[in-house]
Design a protein around this ligand. Structure first.
Ligand SMILES: Cc1ncc(COP(=O)(O)O)c(C=O)c1O
Length: 376
């Protein structure tokens, strides 16, 4: 196989229907029928012809705040995915020279936004137990330039979640040092006992939420941020979606959130069963291992360190031959990305069975093709 540049996303989108999408933590077990009916109704009523109510549909705002357990008068900004909220808040609240305490691995798009603001991240390496930040290390990393702590919980890509006591301790650090606390809770609904940082540091915390992963609406692009009204108002000045967020996305999100109690438990059970199945498969592949199990999210990393294979090669082989799309780690970690692939598992069991056939096959193929290690 040649090493010519290969655009995995282009290939996957060209073969959309054939792909087992385990690459972007998307959710293919969401309340599809409910969403489809809501979308059909909004289309039938031609809601797309007018602009949405700019602050977001009132029912959507209520549902989001209730879902987070926030008071009805909390600040809330609706945006085109959590991504837009992340960009806005970083643009609004960070200045050149500021530092943000963050991690490696991490969801690096946030780091890129931070750099665009002229600020920098101080990345604590977490590819070792407990595979997440600790309050102690966060405290040590604080400098006079520190302005923000990035707390992604559960964490993409490792799947680690934060115990309530650790969230509390990190929130107290933010409070004591007058730092902003960016609590990205995109994967919260997959966790056993999620704890919002805002519970402990309501003044300092901005909570970024999304319906992409929990509700299975990634393609509709809807999310936002919530927090103290004055802080959210400062961020909202940088809102580019002044005319409001896609009406169809709002209709779908309302339907999904309204009905959440009827489907969330079933979703979580299937996600747990899927990750159990992946664990079995990985255990049968010499040299591969799971740094974090069980995951508190809908994804985790598979460490390939002992297999003699490269994540990019495994990604490509699985995608091209079996149409199973997992993601090489390099986009999630400058330091450790060469060691793992990330696989998400909020998918029908058939997709997981395709993974179960593809992953061992790809690793064996690439392992036998790899040059023998040189003697030490
Ligand atoms: C940690 C984290 N935050 C935010 C997002 C953005 O999600 P969206 O823009 O789809 O809401 C993602 C997407 O993968 C993510 O992993």
């Amino acid at each position: 196989m040649s090493d010519a540049p290969f655009d995995a996303f282009r290939f996957a989108h060209e073969h959309w229907d054939e792909i087992a999408w385990l690459s972007q933590n998307t959710n293919h077990l969401g309340p599809s029928r409910i969403v489809q009916e809501a979308l059909a109704e909004a289309v039938r009523a031609r809601h797309y012809e007018g602009y949405p109510f700019a602050p977001g549909a009132p029912e959507l705002r209520d549902l989001v705040l209730k879902d987070l357990g926030f008071p009805a008068d909390a600040g809330l900004q609706i945006s085109a995915g959590g991504t837009e909220a992340l960009y806005m808040l970083i643009r609004a609240l960070l200045a050149p020279g500021d530092e943000v305490v963050a991690s490696d691995p991490s969801y690096l798009i946030i780091h890129r936004f931070i750099e665009l603001a002229g600020a920098r991240t101080r990345n604590l390496e977490i590819y070792a137990p407990p595979f997440r930040l600790t309050a102690e290390r966060v405290r040590e990393a604080i400098s006079p330039k520190t302005r923000m702590i990035l707390l992604i919980d559960p964490l993409n890509p490792l799947g680690s979640g934060y115990p309530a006591e650790e969230v509390r301790a990190i929130a107290e650090i933010a409070h004591d040092h007058h730092l902003l606390l960016l609590n990205d809770v995109t994967y919260r609904d997959f966790a056993d006992r999620p704890t919002l940082a805002a519970t402990f540091a309501p003044e300092e915390t901005l909570t970024v939420w999304s319906v992409s992963k929990n509700c299975g609406l990634a393609g509709l692009r809807l999310g936002g941020l919530a927090g103290r009204p004055e802080l959210v108002a400062r961020v909202a000045k940088f809102n580019t979606n002044d005319l409001g967020v896609n009406v169809l996305a709002q209709a779908a999100a309302v339907a999904a959130l309204r009905s959440k109690p009827t489907w969330i438990d079933g979703l979580r059970q299937q996600v747990r069963a899927n990750q159990e199945r992946i664990r079995e498969v990985v255990a049968g592949v010499p040299g591969a291992s799971l740094p974090v199990f069980p995951s508190q999210a809908n994804m985790f990393c598979i460490d390939l360190g002992g297999t003699g294979t490269r994540p990019e090669a495994v990604q490509r082989e699985m995608l091209l031959t079996d149409r199973v799309f997992v993601r090489a780690g390099n986009y999630l970690s400058p330091r450790f990305g060469g060691r793992f692939v990330r696989v998400s598992f909020s998918n029908p069991p058939e997709d997981i069975e395709r993974f179960a056939r593809s992953f061992p096959r790809a690793v064996e193929l690439l392992r036998s093709a790899a040059p023998a290690p040189r003697p030490a």
